[in-house]
Design a protein around this ligand. Structure first.
Ligand code: KG4
Ligand code: ZN
Length: 337
């Protein structure tokens, strides 16, 4: 089954063709990062306008790269939430028009479930059950994937997402947008033990996250240094902040894995590109005897191939949408509307 998938939930305009949920035939991504960079973050209206401009070309490119024609597609998949509503609607309207005119099924996909499915593309042999740490610009979730359609949220952020914290701290350090890769790079030249930023674990047994206190601690540290005319190293702040985020993510993931008794742990979302997170997760997984899975960076950040993979399993389980499918900015994991 060949699915043409579309992803426009934030600032990447992407179209892909995926076969049987596991094989990428093409995956074209147009990143709008350069456009939003001067504003220090994604401007929703500008994102929507650029999706309108680019999506038709990106779809053409995805078809050309696969060597297939539209008539050879068996279904159209699209992210219908969570995300920026204007941006989601561009992908949705396009997908609906295509599914209607080609007379093939339309499959709505949850963006986070898509991020999780990126692991199915990277590891064709990987099957549920497994635990996933989903960390992106908008989400920090620990999700137990029981089967291809049963996602149980064990914990999530109560305030900022991990990626959001990276982006905000990067901005105050003057490292620009997106913050994750910039901090990752700066941290490699810094001392992670230089500043003791807090590790917020919340209540005993809680698998939720909270990163806003850490962000404030970084701001306070910088203000203190500026007021007292103390020199500080941007690289040390970046490294110390990154270690504080990563230690909490790894520790909570290990507690969750033990609680649910899984053998496999997968990483997903843009923040799972982080080099320290990958390294520390690998060490912890080895120590506790878990198999660790993480997609290559291009499949961790937003892309349509992951949507095409998840769509295949939705289809197999009868989760096909109709033309009333709507964009839902706060769509909950495990639900379609
Ligand atoms: O999954 P994604 O592309 O979009 C959302 O669904 O949010 O994730 C984007 C987020 C941004 O916050 C970005 O700063 C972060 O992923 N990110 C990273 C790294 N690469 C991207 N965070 C930490 N380290 C990285 N190397
Ligand atoms: Zn995403």
């Amino acid at each position: 089954m060949k699915i043409l998938s579309i992803e426009t939930s934030c600032d990447e305009t992407s179209a892909a063709i995926v076969e049987n949920g596991r094989k990428i035939l093409s995956n074209r991504i147009y990143s709008q990062i350069d456009i939003h960079q001067k504003y220090g973050g994604v401007v929703p209206e500008i994102a929507s306008r650029n999706h309108v401009k680019k999506l038709p070309y990106i779809i053409d490119e995805a078809l050309a790269e696969s060597g297939l024609s539209l008539k050879e597609m068996d279904a159209i998949a699209v992210t219908n939430g969570p995300g920026l509503i204007g941006a989601l609607l561009i992908g949705l309207s396009t997908a609906k028009a295509m599914a209607y005119s080609l007379k093939i099924p339309l499959i709505g996909v949850h963006h986070i479930e898509g991020h999780i499915a990126a692991n199915f593309l990277e590891y064709p042999e990987l099957e549920p059950p497994f635990l996933t740490l989903v960390v992106s610009g908008g989400h920090s979730h620990l999700v137990m994937v029981r089967d291809y359609q049963t996602f149980e949220v064990l914990g999530k952020t109560r305030d900022d997402a991990a990626g959001e914290a990276f982006d905000k701290v990067s901005r105050v350090l003057g490292l620009g947008y997106p913050g994750g890769p910039a901090i990752d790079l700066a941290a490699q030249e810094g001392n992670a033990d230089a500043i003791a930023f807090p590790r917020v674990m919340l209540e005993k047994n809680s698998l939720d996250f909270s990163f806003s206190g850490l962000k404030s601690a970084v701001l306070n540290y910088l203000n203190h240094c500026k007021m007292k005319d103390i020199n500080y190293s941007i690289n040390d702040v970046a490294a110390s902040f990154q270690l504080a985020v990563v230690e909490v993510l790894v520790e909570k993931a290990m507690i969750a894995a033990k609680n649910v008794g899984v053998e496999k742990i997968a990483l997903a979302g843009g923040v799972s590109c982080n080099s320290l997170l990958r390294q520390k997760m690998a060490t912890a997984a080895l120590k506790h005897g878990y198999e660790l899975y993480f997609p290559k960076p291009i499949l961790c950040t937003d892309n349509a191939a992951m949507i095409g993979s998840m769509a295949y399993y939705n289809y197999l389980n009868g989760a096909v949408s109709d033309l009333n499918l709507n964009g839902i900015p706060g769509l909950k994991i495990g639900s379609r509307n």
